[in-house]
Write a protein that binds this ligand. Structure first.
Ligand code: HMG
Length: 470
């Protein structure tokens, strides 16, 4: 300690591993967007709406032997194997999820059991674990807690793993249905990480909202779709404002007179319920930070002045004008340049896999870093940003610095390869899996397990058994 301020160690993410279910349902054919798909025909919809309107081409669907615990254990096992992590070196393995499997026993405990099947009974007995819940934002909460613990000097040379895992499910034929998905992402969190160090400056915005929830009696979420989009935008802006105030006060970022804080942040990843939402969110943030700068005057010159509430009779008319205005902004060269440079590469994960709730933002971060590394982009030393949103609602904004070794690590994620290594489902197979019904031909699953954890059975008392299927 000096001068009343704590000297914190550099802590952050050392490696990332993503688990993507190997089954998907095609919503739109990316090479021929106008061609109807089985899904678009059955839902009497236009496939272009999926591909261009919300930005999703395929949704990941778990097989019969997969739940959120299995997805998490598979992501963590890969992370530990790839990095030769000794179980005793882990002080905590925390799980973020909103689709847990029990009202009392955390997914963290089931995951512990699965990992001990591989590493030996008792190998993780000194490793703690807890389940974090706050819709999609709980990953940011779990990560913040691990960082605080390490910054407080409590890690004693041990590391932690944060794993986010979820299965996003809405009722069949509901508006939310095309924004489903599933997956898990595991982060190795340690001092002096090889990938990203995280700034000790985290912004928050929270309110009690009724945009999306899943009551105890339901396996699918209830959602007020349009309201949830407004909540996302408002909360994200609030969290970024909170982050910006702290970043400026602590001297992490100093913006010059005609600069925006966002100019000092390079790659960015957001919670992605569907790619268009994240693109819109980024547009609202840029407008927020560019207003008053010379470049915003140029944009006003191109697309006209912003709509003002007092020029419209009703709130709906104003909101419609505002949405149209933002669409025009999103078409400008200035917006497109920033979007393609900083955000777009990560959203490919969500286009190909859908929403994975708590796992969404960090899965898109994985895709973003792997893509930039493969392309040879030089990010070392650059500051990046993450924006997390969870319905209910809360947003978190944080920033990080890309480390020297990042590209070597990111090239080994295998993310794009995992997206390629999948099998397409027929609509009938998808609906059977969605409703948890038996297959008419007696099949127990769609795809044979491939060296991974599987759910074996659930007893009449609701206890779950898992094994590793070689
Ligand atoms: P909808 O009513 O089916 O869609 O619901 P729409 O009619 O509004 O169309 C969507 C977009 O497609 C529109 O663009 C249309 O113009 C366009 P926009 O005006 O929004 O820019 N469109 C087309 N484009 C090209 N060709 C066409 C065409 N037709 C229409 N032919 C909605 C959409 C997202 C509301 C729905 O899918 C939904 O309810 N999803 C679930 C909720 C959600 O994802 N909310 C996002 C924010 S909340 C959040 O992120 C939290 C969450 O992840 C949960 C958690 O935190 O745990 C959900």
């Amino acid at each position: 300690m000096s001068g009343g301020s704590l000297v914190r160690s550099a802590v952050g993410i050392d490696d990332i591993s993503v688990y993507i279910p190997r089954l998907y349902l095609e919503l739109a054919d990316e090479s021929r967007p106008e061609k109807p798909t089985e899904f678009s025909l059955s839902r009497k919809s236009d496939p272009s709406k999926y591909l261009h309107g919300i930005g999703i081409a395929k949704m990941s669907i778990p097989d019969t032997y997969q739940d959120s615990a299995v997805l998490a254990a598979n992501a963590i096992l890969e992370l530990m194997d790839r990095n030769n992590v000794h179980p005793a070196s882990l002080a905590r393995i925390d799980i973020a999820t909103e689709t847990g499997v029990d009202e009392s026993k955390p997914v963290a405990a089931y995951v512990h059991g699965m990992l001990e099947q591989r590493y030996g009974k008792g190998s993780l007995k000194r490793t703690s674990g807890v389940e974090y819940k706050f819709a999609c934002v709980s990953t940011a909460d779990a990560l913040e807690s691990s960082l605080d613990w390490a910054w407080a000097g409590r890690s004693n040379g041990r590391n932690s793993i944060i794993c986010a895992t979820d299965i996003a499910r809405y009722p069949l034929s509901s508006p939310g249905e095309p924004t489903q998905g599933a997956g898990a992402v595991a982060l190795l969190v340690k001092e002096d990480p090889r990938l990203l160090t995280i700034d000790p400056v985290i912004g928050t915005h929270m309110e009690d909202e009724d945009d999306f929830w899943r009551p105890l009696f339901s396996t699918t979420a209830v959602v007020h779709g349009k309201h949830s989009e407004r909540c996302y935008l408002r909360a994200m802006e609030g969290a970024v404002d909170d982050w910006a105030e702290q970043a400026v006060a602590s001297g992490i970022i100093k913006a010059g007179p005609s600069e925006s804080l966002v100019d000092h942040v390079g790659p960015m990843s957001f919670h992605v319920p569907y790619p268009k939402m994240a693109e819109k969110g980024f547009a609202y943030l840029l407008r927020h930070f560019w207003r008053g700068l010379p470049r915003w005057k140029n944009i006003l010159g191109e697309i006209g002045d912003e709509p003002r509430m007092d020029s419209y009779k009703t709130r709906e008319e104003f909101e419609k004008a505002e949405a149209d205005y933002m669409k025009r902004f999103m078409e400008t060269h200035q917006f497109q340049t920033e979007y393609l440079d900083k955000v777009a590469d990560g959203l490919v994960h969500a286009r190909e896999s859908g929403n994975s709730y708590s796992a969404s933002e960090k899965s898109c971060l994985s895709m973003l870093l792997e893509t930039k590394a493969t392309r040879g982009t030089d990010l070392a030393g650059k500051r990046g940003g993450s924006g997390n949103y969870g319905s209910g609602c809360k947003a978190k904004a944080s920033s990080w610095t890309v480390q020297e070794e990042w590209a070597t690590i990111a090239k080994k994620f295998g993310h794009a390869e995992k997206l390629r290594h999948r099998r397409s489902l027929s609509l009938a197979e998808y609906e059977i899996l969605h409703e948890g019904k038996p297959f008419p031909d007696g099949r127990k699953f769609v795809a044979e397990p491939e060296n991974e954890f599987v759910l074996v059975d659930v007893t009449s008392q609701g206890y779950r058994h898992y094994k590793f299927a070689d």
